[in-house]
Design a protein around this ligand. Structure first.
Ligand code: GLC
Length: 432
């Protein structure tokens, strides 16, 4: 693609950030605040890396999957090197692995990333080799989800900790969190508030509950056969499920290209069942999808960006146009789409993470979904607003959707990777 001088300058900055956070075999989200390898950060970073260095991009995924658990789970953090600057560290999780990891997972974007790396590869031989190695591992992860997080075979999977959602501090978790106790947790000192403005971070009451869940799962020896039913927090998040459905579609596509028919048909089936079941999460009054709480058996009224992400899964024309309208309405309330929560909700907080701010990775996933549904005008608008944010506020972790102010950590890897995706990936490829 041809690029203007301004775009070239942005791309050069994005490259510098990806280099700065490159630890050789993996990339940290940003130094200081997040000093390890995070699951979905790495997969999205690989998308950015592929534009300059395919080998490096494949390595990012390989390193993550080297730490896949025997049961198939791919953990949310891999603690490659000790670093006291982060809490809760390996000793709190205590998952008993030789390279320590956490014991929960994160949004499964790997299948989505793998397809894109494979489809755009210049070095086809290497791509075939790498994809053939990774395919069965991603497939095992997808099977793990439907075995351990969908015990009643509903077609949708549940999260057992808010950190699995990737939208850690969303308003979506407030109500279900009331069922999570805090008694008996080991006293602790947070580190996140040393690196970022405490008013942008979760409150102490929320942190206590995050830790109660970790200690509870640890007391069950991280046995995934038990954790789902033993958790007081079991949430079916439409955004998370949409990512999984899309990853299953994409894995099936790559598996077919490589002749792995069994993997292809299994994942096609997962995607079809999931897409049909997504309909049970439709919230008519909000005009978007909502989280379902398996413990209280209630559909949530919280109108977060998790309910817009299903556009990525490929929706019916009726649902796609409803989601498009919903995003357009949000666009009248903010200057920088897509806010992580509806500004009309009194709990909306423009600067506190996941309770209002806009994130480039979410924008990118929504853009890919809108292009799939041929809603190109809104997709163009989100791309333009995203790049404007970067030009005015730099490569932050996330942004105030009204003022555009940068929030959270700075020099952020996935923000840099998404800039590369917005500028360098042809629109047509975002639709596939
Ligand atoms: C925060 C985000 C999570 C992300 C991590 C590293 O915890 O909520 O989605 O993976 O930071 O960037």
């Amino acid at each position: 693609m041809s690029t203007t001088a301004d775009t070239q300058a942005l791309l050069a900055q994005a490259d510098r950030i990806l280099e700065l956070n490159d630890r050789g075999r993996y990339t940290v989200p940003t130094h200081g605040l997040y000093p390890f390898q995070w699951n979905w950060d790495s997969c999205l970073v690989a998308l950015g890396q592929r534009h300059n260095d395919e080998t490096r991009a494949w390595l990012e995924l390989e390193t993550l999957f080297e730490h896949q658990w025997d049961d198939g789970m791919v953990p949310h953090i891999v603690f490659h090197e000790p670093d006291d600057g982060y809490f809760p560290g390996p000793d709190v999780w205590n998952t008993g692995r030789s390279t320590p990891t956490t014991g929960i997972t994160q949004p499964p974007v790997a299948g989505f990333a793998l397809r894109r790396l494979y489809d755009s590869a210049q070095d086809n031989k290497k791509a075939k080799r790498e994809a053939s190695r990774l395919l069965p591992m991603v497939d095992r992860w997808h099977q793990w989800f439907f075995t351990h997080r969908d015990p009643e075979q509903t077609g949708l999977v549940a999260l057992i900790h808010p950190w699995e959602s990737g939208r850690d501090n969303s308003i979506d978790w407030d109500e279900p969190f009331e069922k999570v106790p805090t008694e008996g947790i080991t006293p602790y000192v947070r580190r996140d508030t040393l690196h970022a403005d405490p008013t942008h971070r979760p409150t102490k009451a929320q942190y206590d509950r995050y830790l109660w869940l970790v200690e509870h799962f640890r007391s069950l020896s991280w046995d995934n056969a038990q954790l789902h039913n033993a958790s007081p927090f079991q949430i079916v998040d439409p955004g998370f499920n949409a990512i999984l459905i899309r990853a299953c579609d994409d894995l099936a596509h790559t598996a077919t290209a490589l002749g792995y028919e069994e993997i292809a048909s299994r994942n096609r089936e997962f995607a079809a069942r999931g897409r049909a079941a997504l309909e049970t999460l439709w919230h008519d009054q909000n005009g978007q999808y909502a989280c379902y709480d398996r413990v209280s058996k209630k559909l949530s009224d919280s109108a977060s960006v998790g309910g817009l992400l299903p556009i990525l899964a490929g929706l019916s024309a009726e649902r796609a146009s409803a989601i498009t309208q919903r995003i357009q309405t949000l666009g009248e309330k903010v200057n920088y789409l897509v806010p992580s929560h509806d500004p009309d909700d009194e709990r909306f907080d423009a600067k506190r993470y996941w309770r209002g701010p806009s994130w480039l990775i979410v924008n990118y996933l929504i853009v890919c979904g809108l292009r799939l549904s041929e809603e190109h005008q809104l997709a163009d608008e989100i791309e333009t607003q995203s790049l404007k944010l970067i030009e005015t506020s730099g490569f932050a972790e996330y942004y105030d959707p009204i003022t555009g102010e940068p929030c959270g950590g700075a020099t952020f890897s996935w923000t840099a990777a998404m800039v590369k995706e917005f500028c360098l990936t042809p629109k047509i490829d975002k639709a596939s």
